[in-house]
Design a binder for this molecule. Sequence first.
Ligand SMILES: Cc1ncc(COP(=O)(O)O)c(C=O)c1O
Length: 351
Amino acid sequence: MPLAAPEFIRPAIRAMQGYQPGEQPQGQSSVIKLNTNESPYPPSPKVFEAINYVLTGDRLRKYPDPVGWEFRRAASKVLNVPAECIVIGNGSDEILSMAVRTLVPEGGVIVAPTPSYILYQSLAQIQGARFHELPFEKDWSLDANKLQGIGHLTFIPNPNSPTGTFIEPENLVNWPTPLVLDEAYVEFGEKNGLSLVQEHPHILVSRTFSKAYALAGIRFGFAVAHPSVAEQFYKVKDSYNCDVLSLAAATAAITDQAYLQEMKNKIIATRAVLSSALVELGFKVTPSHTNFVWCQHPDQFEKKIYEELKARNILVRYFHYANWGNGLRISVGTDAQIAQLLDELRMILKR
Ligand SMILES: Cc1ncc(COP(=O)(O)O)c(C=O)c1O
């Protein structure tokens, strides 16, 4: 039973449920974890070197660089954007939260597509803002005309979660509200929205190190924004939001693009195997631009499949969206993990 919230808690917080992240089983190494889109591979060896360097020096005693210049200079070279445009965050979730605090007044409106990342709704509730859902069109595009002028901020995950679909960034240039392109999974696709930021100050890009860079445990993300916008974000963020270890890890990881490419290629190859095997098992699979696959079964209950997999120590994510439907989001694991998942699915579905 949840405790009754004291009266002095803000009504908006009392009323909300709170975001429920995907399960993180503790101490059960036998679990095959395909539920929160972490990388199945370790981060670049350069990350371990960088962390060791920090640990053996005198860096833990002192505060980190509050604005992360070393990381920003490294990212600037790799991404070909000025370092002034980059804002560091404690995971990209913090970047999303900064965007809300910087752009959305209390009583304002936050827009996001359905189905998409559930955290956006929680961020709206925390801010005391209204959440407006904009359903995807049948071809996974979005029709901005349907907003009819409302909204102080729109979040578009691109590629989207949980569907893995992608919208050409050029098609979003004239979006009628400030727009955060949440590019948490962009490294697994072909294109991104970075080139839009310089010329369109109302467009921001958010990136994470939790997926392709295999650093979910370190908590690091960043925004790329027009310098006039980035400057405002720096007023809003916590003073020392990124610690010395995460800054060192992220700087080393972004510098090692060859390793990133190698891991990306492996994951994309396994994604193709997983997708076609799921089709053979009767699932409807949406073509993915990410490190996960979204699938729906026309004549089986996805929730039951999720539960049966869980009983066999395999975690995937089950989503149910009111007015939209159910499905399973399966992160791409190693080849061996995916082979085991498919064996279990064949038994569950008796194929
Ligand atoms: C669309 C999307 N955005 C942001 C995040 C958060 O990433 P981070 O670990 O950087 O906070 C996730 C994590 O699953 C995600 O799916």
